[in-house]
Design a binder for this molecule. Structure first.
Ligand code: AGP
Length: 618
């Protein structure tokens, strides 16, 4: 969950590093630091606990010399409290000529540290990362060859790591290695970059290479070399980043989250682009790797994800089962991986992840592949580990999502889930073609309907502000509204730090209704009343049950639903849509409600406490 940047080239390395760290700060912000090697050859390091601004203040009061090579790090603490001493970079060796930054966890650091202590090594931090710095420095003193020393050491490290190293004695090269953590290379003209993700360098270049598992990078201004840990050369595969630096900046919005909420019509439209023909037929060329027989032989789909992404899976489950009649179960990645699940070659694993670096989800998909299952990823980050390790990938095209609380990635994931449902439905021939195409044409309407929702959020905003002192908010939903209730609660938890809980509306009377007391705010996602088998009457009953016990009800309902207005204090209306697709609309007022309530409390909506954008450790 840390942000990592490396640079070598003609620019001021400090400027490149700080610019990259600013865009990566959402990955973790407990501390930040940089190391550079000045033209005279001396290694200089500045590091500070707290956010990037603290480091900038430190550098202002203790300037660094101009340099053209360096590494930078913004930290989400795993081992050791967020202090100056535990901040990265860490220096290695008795002469501190080596500097190292690390993203991940070195699981065998204790035994390695004991080995070094026995040799008299002095440590300056409580971190696992510093162990690697000293090991590499010692190995370099022995071998005299930095890449060899680097390779010898990283092979000994267990766990998850992206490591960057520079050394005074080799002032033209940045070394990098990755195992179970993200690393991408940015290719420039007479300059090269390294980053945890492309946001680190996208303002400088859109040419990128993803570094594979157990690979080492030897990066110079005019060359890059990639090898496996045991020295075998790797042929790099270049890709082009399809968004620019402005997309990763606030662009005048008060927060990245506000910007990304407003980006949702484009995120949904871009995710549909090229995949849904005007007649409503679906074309998913990304999964041509799954043959017609593969699709017919799928006897079960298991969707694995965490957090918000898991709620996208919960919504997709309803559509995939309804349109393709393939049984779907949704599992939290970290539970699936360790419960000895039943997976066969006819199981399709669908892994959903915005970052594509969530270790829980990576471990789940790796396990499933070992059991012989095929893995289809739905991912928002090009070249991410999950995408590269899957048999096929449907990219969501939501653009960079910087705010830690996920918004546009979710609506894009749900959109991708609907595309997959229609695609599988066609492949399994469960619905008549014209019915499927009709649904596809309804899906094509969603970006415009999302725009309508975005343009009518005043009530949701006002309610968020008015309820700034709420201590608890409950969320109810039914059918596809149930995952949205869960997501609304998660948004409020992670942004406003208050108790919030989502329930299936039908479940309330089986216990949770005991929570209802006078004045308890409850937000209810109300289904359309237009469908023949609508659950609208049941949800109205649920609303009456809680009102009878003092609840203050805020309903999110379909335009034209005047009945619900009789029972709710407030009704936030969203446009009429195909009922199955309504989650793309009903989730948006909940996002804004949480954003405004958090803002009214004076909290940081982009970087909520204790969180990180991408959880790259188990
Ligand atoms: C979303 O608001 C959360 N920050 C979190 O639940 C996130 O969705 C989860 O960690 C999964 O991340 P991923 O989509 O990158 O795998």
């Amino acid at each position: 969950m840390c942000g990592i940047v490396g640079y070598v080239g003609p620019k001021s390395s400090l400027e490149v590093l700080l610019g990259g760290l600013r865009r990566l700060e959402y990955r973790g912000y407990d501390s930040a630091g940089v190391s550079i090697i000045a033209p005279g050859g001396q290694l200089e390091t500045r590091k500070k606990a707290g956010k990037l601004d603290n480091l900038i203040a430190e550098i202002t009061s203790h300037p660094l010399p101009i340099a053209n090579i360096g590494i930078g790090h913004t930290r989400w603490a795993t081992h050791g409290a967020p202090t100056d001493g535990n901040a990265h970079p860490h220096l290695g060796g008795p002469t501190s000529k080596l500097s190292l930054i690390h993203n991940g966890i070195i699981e065998n650091f204790s035994e390695l540290k004991a080995e070094l202590l026995a040799l008299g090594t002095k440590f300056n931090s409580e971190t696992d990362s510093e162990v690697a710095a000293h090991l590499i420095a010692r190995e370099f003193d022995k071998t005299g060859d930095l890449p060899t020393a680097f390779a010898n050491v990283v092979q000994r490290l267990h766990g998850a790591f992206t490591i960057l190293v520079i050394h005074e004695d080799q002032p033209d090269v940045v070394l990098a290695a990755r195992r179970n953590a993200p690393l991408v290379i940015g290719l420039g003209d007479g300059e090269n970059f390294l980053g945890s993700d492309v946001a680190a360098f996208v303002e400088h270049t859109k040419r990128a290479i993803s570094v594979g598992q157990d690979e080492i990078v030897i990066l110079r201004a005019d060359s890059i070399e990639i090898r496996t840990f045991d020295g075998v050369p790797v042929i790099p595969v270049e890709f082009t980043v399809d968004w620019d630096a402005s997309a990763a900046s606030k662009g005048g919005w008060s927060s990245f989250m506000a910007k990304e909420i407003a980006d949702q019509p484009q995120a949904v439209a871009d995710t549909l682009m090229g995949r849904l023909n005007s007649d409503g037929s679906v074309r998913l060329s990304e999964i041509d790797g799954l043959s017609a027989d593969d699709i017919l032989n799928i006897d079960r789909i298991i969707m694995v994800a965490c957090g918000t992404a898991s709620y996208a899976c919960d919504v997709a489950k309803y559509a995939i089962e309804k349109y393709s009649r393939i049984p779907v179960q949704v599992e939290l990645s970290h539970e699936f991986r360790y419960r000895d699940p039943i997976v066969t070659k006819n199981t399709l694993i669908v892994a959903v992840s915005q970052s594509g670096e969530t270790m829980d989800t990576l471990m789940a998909t790796r396990y499933a592949k070992e059991q012989g299952a095929k893995v289809l990823a739905i991912c928002n980050t090009q070249g991410a580990t999950l995408a590269r390790e899957s048999d096929a990938v449907i990219y969501t095209h939501a653009g960079p999502e910087v705010a830690v609380a996920s918004t546009k990635a979710l609506t894009a994931q749900i959109t991708a889930g609907f595309l997959l449902a229609l695609f599988l439905g066609a492949g399994r021939k469960q619905l008549a073609t014209d019915e499927l195409h009709g649904l596809g044409r309804q899906l094509l309407k969603m970006p415009a309907l999302v725009t309508e929702v975005i343009n009518n959020l005043d009530l949701a905003r006002q309610l968020g502000k008015d309820m700034a002192n709420a201590k608890s908010v409950l969320f109810l939903g039914r059918n596809v509204g149930f995952p949205i209730a869960m997501e609304g609660a998660l948004k409020l938890k992670e942004l406003a730090y208050i108790h919030a809980e989502g329930f299936a509306a039908g479940e309330l009377k089986h216990g949770p209704i005991a929570l209802i007391e006078e004045g308890q705010p409850v937000i209810v996602i109300v289904p359309s009343q237009r469908d023949a088998d609508s659950l609208h009457p049941k949800v109205i009953s649920n609303i009456q049950e809680i009102r009878a016990r003092g609840a203050k009800v805020i309903a999110v309902a379909e335009a034209g639903d005047t009945e619900v207005a009789q029972y709710a204090e407030h009704v936030i209306y969203v446009p009429k849509s195909q009922s199955m697709f309504a989650p793309i609309l009903t989730v948006i007022p909940l996002q804004v409600f949480a954003l405004e309530l958090s803002t009214a409390k004076g909290l940081d909506v982009d970087q909520p406490r204790n969180l990180a954008k991408s959880v790259t450790v188990e």
